[in-house]
Design a protein around this ligand. Sequence first.
Ligand code: P6P
Length: 339
Amino acid sequence: MRRKSLSQFLIEAERTGDISADLRLLIELVARACKSISHRISKGALGDALGNLQTENVQGEVQKKLDVIANEIFLDANEWGGQLAALASEEMEFIRVVPSHYPKGEYLLVFDPIDGSSNVDVNLSVGTIFSVLKAPEASPGRDIREEDFFQAGRNQVAAGYAIYGPQTILVLTLGRGVSGFTLDRHIGSFILTDATMKIPDTNREFAINASNRRYWPEPIQRYFDDCLAGSVGQLAHDYNMRWTASMVADVHRILTRGGVFLYPADSRPGMQSGKLRLLYEGAPMALLIEQAGGRTWSNGQAILDIEPESLHQRIPVVLGSTSEVQLLVEHYLHNELPD
Ligand code: P6P
């Protein structure tokens, strides 16, 4: 049977009224940008995208060449389309209002152009994360402001990521489930390969950077130690561990085979609120996880309920299979799992 392309999937979603024509076009442009990024990454040392720049981004992280290249690809691919009012990126300190010589639309695009970029020089998976919000009904003539992006994740109208691994896969939610599309490089199209992604609830696998154990809050240390002890300790199961240093790759594995991902707040300077950013990492991933039947937690709240206070706000992140998040939150963090 002929498989559906992303374009057909989006046209059908528009036909059923699930999305607007503008949102369909925006997702198409985002997907095209991800194809370009995938192509640049695949060249490796034969291209110009490896290695560091002499610059730091707003996060104080050394920028990889690919961070800047991917950011430019995203801006070039999206700001002219007429669907956007403004864009925001991990690689840009301030928002980018769509230039006046382009038509403006009703959507805001927030993205991390290359997540896990330290992996790119060692040929490990990296990804792009994106989130789409609607711009508030701005008073006429008022340009979009930074605080227009400060919307809880439940307001997202779409979210997704592209993972650049052995395959390039686009994982997308429009608010009605999660679907996976594999890039067919011969025809240059994303092809629907997983119509309805649901997180399995049986896999006892945790993802955390264990080298930071001494910095974690005590309940997280205890959960981690009990996972290591497995079924001879407090827990009913033995656990496996994975850590890829790329949130996209860890989340993709969890969406595919289950498990739990943790990046807790820790005692290191600047990490008291965690490392991961709410608007372009936590919120889009949380929407995908919840749409796929999983749960999330951050300081006693579901990530999608957090009201952002700044563009590059960091949050502690726990997300994954419902039963595992439930066990962690209710037996170690002593919260009620948020509804
Ligand atoms: P660490 C990548 O830099 C990232 O933002 C996420 O993709 C990833 O989960 C995390 O940071 C890795 O952090 O401290 O293990 O390098």
